[in-house]
Design a protein around this ligand. Sequence first.
Ligand SMILES: [Zn+2]
Ligand SMILES: [Zn+2]
Length: 170
Amino acid sequence: MQIDVKDLKEQVTHLAFSAKPEEIGFSGEAVFDGPVKVSVEVHDMSERYRVVGSVAATVKIDCGRCLKKFKVKLTPGFDVIHVKDAPEDEGEIPPSETDELAMEGDIIDIGEDVRQTLLLDLPMNPVCGKNCKGLCQTCGSDLNKKKCGCDEPSLNKPFAGIKNILKKKK
Ligand SMILES: [Zn+2]
Ligand SMILES: [Zn+2]
């Protein structure tokens, strides 16, 4: 996913990319379903290029409760600045707070921007659905499919107690 700035004719240029995950450096961090698509706006700020991108990709992940694989569509965005010929030997330039990246010649390579953006957007505690019941702690059955008949853990008892107290107050 490279942009040659010599091709940029306008102040703002819209571009679209599509790539296989491995083409932008993924190697098993996530299981993708289809390509990674990116649309970007490149702002030419003379020797500095602001790249505002939106990414779209679908990943297959395991539900943290029932362990079933399910698909999640990720649509994160990024906003970075690529700087041409960043002076190295002047040493006076303070490190910038914004994401400024050095370019290789005239080429802006957004592959790593896209990869980092997607990695940050992967869900930490994926659940296949709000109502996923998960697996039985005793026998391991998928409780979304069937009720296994094991004794329910004694979670209900404290609530029953509260109900009784509430009743007495009325
Ligand atoms: Zn689930
Ligand atoms: Zn069970």
